[in-house]
Design a protein around this ligand. Structure first.
Ligand code: HEM
Length: 352
């Protein structure tokens, strides 16, 4: 009797949701190349896990955060000291954001150094570069919401730098600030960017990225030993999905440890009249900040725009190098030099 009711219920749902489960399984259960068993090749899933953690913890923070200059700082203080487990959720959100940036950079480095951006994946590389900058934008806007001295002044300096961009600079800065000066409007806009515009954009971009991965497949690499193996692929479900699930648990464990050992802190309340002696952005902007200090703001900004442009069209520049100097692996040398330069600037700024 029970079974008959259950079948009826299944039929009822099938009639209203006419999807062929078998077809869906075949569509989604694409075999995954064996090399994705090496964790550095499958790094793309890690920022995706962290982004999910960011959304869940972010929604919790939204229940208590008040985006006005008068109340922002106190509401962060309340989350940290009074709301049950508020300190934990806030620390998870902070550490997951930093880890997300690290893992996006690692995934990008893997793609770069294995040449996986080459034909036919040039467009997906370009989508990836936009993902990187949207992720950095989420970091910048999120940091500004705390409204302590450091985060407030980082926002002031950030918008001043944006203002130095040729042609569109002052328009962009006025748009972000909601006027010609930092005010309550600025916090509202940074808040809207952080909780609506950038997350929505990132969701769309990640979906597009995964569609591209599905359409082009991942670059096939073969290793000694594996070449002889008959099983050169493994199923996405349950194998790969289970690995990602275990990874998600390990990441949560790591983030919990970070939250307990280094809980998210709160500096002095923002004071627009007192400029702190040392203004520090988040570590991932250290290189950019040091570069601006070494040059003047105009050259610094133009230089960085040039760098972003090169990064976006890199697959096409690489193609020209490949044709002119076949086998020279110039991309590896350029990537190595670029990474070392970024590291030196970051460490330099960190030590000051
Ligand atoms: C939220 C950030 C990102 C997510 C969730 C993500 C996700 C993924 C996933 C799941 C894959 C499949 C293989 C793998 O795991 O490596 C992949 C591949 C790829 N990703 Fe990403 N990605 C992100 C950011 C980026 C960035 C910043 C770039 C480059 C600028 C990039 C470029 C690529 C390319 C070109 C591939 C194809 C690699 C191949 O064929 O081997 N991705 N991504």
């Amino acid at each position: 009797m029970k079974n008959v009711n259950l079948y009826r219920l299944v039929d009822w749902v099938k009639e209203r949701f006419p999807v062929d489960v078998q077809e869906l399984k075949t569509l989604t259960n694409e075999p995954v190349p064996n090399h994705l068993k090496h964790w550095w090749f499958a790094l793309g899933g890690t920022p995706a896990i962290l982004f999910c953690i960011q959304i869940v913890t972010g929604v919790f923070l939204l229940f208590h955060y008040v985006p006005t200059p008068e109340q922002a700082y106190d509401s962060v203080g309340k989350i940290t000291d009074e709301v049950p487990f508020g300190w934990y959720v806030r620390s998870l959100h902070k550490w997951a954001s930093e880890l997300m940036i690290v893992t996006v950079m690692l995934h990008m480095s893997r793609v770069y150094f294995t040449g996986a951006y080459r034909k036919p994946r040039e467009l997906n590389w370009m989508v990836g570069v936009v993902i990187l900058f949207v992720t950095l934008g989420l970091g910048f806007t999120g940091y500004s919401l705390i409204y302590d001295q450091l985060s407030y002044w980082a926002a002031v300096v950030g918008t001043e730098i944006a203002e130095s961009t040729p042609v569109v600079g002052s328009l962009a800065a006025d748009f972000i600030r909601g006027g010609s000066e930092i005010s309550g409007n600025t916090l509202t806009r940074l808040y809207v960017f952080h909780v609506v515009i950038l997350p929505a954009l990132l969701i769309g971009l990640v979906v597009l990225h995964i569609i591209f991965v599905r359409l082009n497949g991942v670059t096939a690499f073969e290793f000694e030993g594996e070449r002889r193996s008959r099983h050169r692929t493994f199923p996405l479900f349950p194998d790969h999905v289970l690995t990602e699930a275990i990874l998600a648990i390990l990441i949560l464990y790591l983030l919990t440890m970070m939250a307990i050992i280094f809980p998210a802190g709160l500096g002095d309340r923002a004071d627009p009249l007192i400029t702190p002696e040392h203004i520090k952005p988040e570590w991932y902007f250290f290189a950019s900040f040091r570069w601006l200090k070494l040059t003047n703001v105009y050259i610094g900004v133009v230089g960085q725009i040039f760098f972003v442009g090169v990064l976006i069209i890199w697959p096409f520049i690489d193609k020209v190098f490949e044709n002119k100097f076949p086998g020279a692996e110039l991309s590896v040398w350029i990537g190595f030099l670029g990474f070392t330069f970024y590291l030196i600037l970051t460490v330099w700024e960190a030590l000051v």
